[in-house]
Design a protein around this ligand. Structure first.
Ligand code: ATR
Length: 286
């Protein structure tokens, strides 16, 4: 690995393929500056064929990195190649955060933490319900299902266009998780207190189907893990129908906290200034 990393402090990375759209360097760069830490955090594009070698250089410590983030398409392989993936990431089969400790490469997945920490900050009390609806059964829904289950929801209904994918997740995440085809949505929404969109419906200006949220509990929260646009068509509809909403940007910001703390030994804070910085960046690259 070439380059001009600072040698004064710990060096961390984000790797994906592609990785140029990642906002992680902006987020960690903000915290490094704010906390006055002499470290670095940079993006490295690593092709799938080179990823195992990249992990090898981390493990033998020839890369000079203390750890980093892993994004699409490397999350599954990162979990498999880590010496010590934690329980969360083993259950998900995917890791997004790596760090070296006493010569071993550890891994976890902080997406679920990002999801819950965002709702804790933006809508305290969101977890005082028994039933949650998760729309979508792709990679991104897994950490949400796990987080909602671990938070104590008793019934988690995963509703997906391809019902077999929802069933796979119900099998993986245990007896509180139920799988349904899209046609069952209105029925399973009855009385539920949390609705999470994990599909790409309405992303980047795409149209989204009309959803009648009225079967939900009147105090239900509707949230989306998509954050481009910030107020997705589904969130807009839910708000117009009188429901509380939380956008998905905070999940991105909060999922970065545990990694930063591991690498740089200080717990950073997700504040309004950081959020504004990322929003401005999103507007710049629209
Ligand atoms: P990710 O890993 O980002 O979650 P993914 O694995 O491609 O991405 O999953 C995308 C999710 O959005 C899936 O739940 C997908 O439904 P299918 O499993 O049936 O493919 C859902 N999705 C995407 N486009 C959709 C559409 N037009 N209507 C309904 N669901 C859609």
């Amino acid at each position: 690995m070439d380059d001009s990393r600072e040698t004064f402090g710990p060096n961390a990375f984000v790797t994906g393929f592609p990785v140029r759209h990642s906002r992680s360097p902006l987020i960690h760069g903000y915290w490094l500056k704010k906390l006055g830490i002499a470290g670095s955090y940079r993006a490295y594009e690593v092709a799938p064929a080179d990823f195992a070698a990249f992990i090898g250089s981390l493990k033998d410590q020839s890369s000079g990195f203390i750890g980093g983030n892993v994004t699409i398409p490397h999350k599954e392989l990162a979990c498999q190649l880590a010496d010590s993936p934690d329980e969360l990431s083993q259950e998900l089969g995917a890791s997004n955060t790596l760090w070296l400790e006493e010569g071993k490469l550890h891994s976890t997945n902080t997406d679920g933490h990002g999801f819950t920490a965002n709702l804790n900050a933006r809508h305290p009390g969101w977890d005082k319900h028994e039933t949650a609806i998760i729309l979508g059964a792709g990679g991104a829904s897994r950490a949400v299902i796990q987080a909602v289950r671990d938070r104590g929801f008793r019934e988690i209904h995963v509703v997906n266009r391809t019902a077999a994918r929802a069933q796979e997740l119900a099998d993986r995440f245990g007896d509180k998780v139920y799988a349904h085809p899209m046609g069952a949505l209105a029925e399973v929404m009855k009385g539920a207190g949390l609705f999470v969109n994990t599909t790409s419906l309405g992303m980047d200006g795409e149209t989204a189907p009309a959803i009648d949220f009225s079967p939900l509990d009147s105090n239900a929260l509707v949230t989306d893990i998509v954050y481009v646009p910030l107020k997705t068509p589904l969130l807009k509809q839910a708000e117009e129908q009188g429901f509380a909403i939380v956008d998905g940007l905070g999940m991105l910001l909060h999922q970065a906290v545990p990694g930063f703390e591991k690498w740089f030994s200080k717990r950073p804070v997700v504040d309004d200034e950081l959020r504004a910085l990322v929003v401005a960046d999103m507007e710049k690259h629209r």
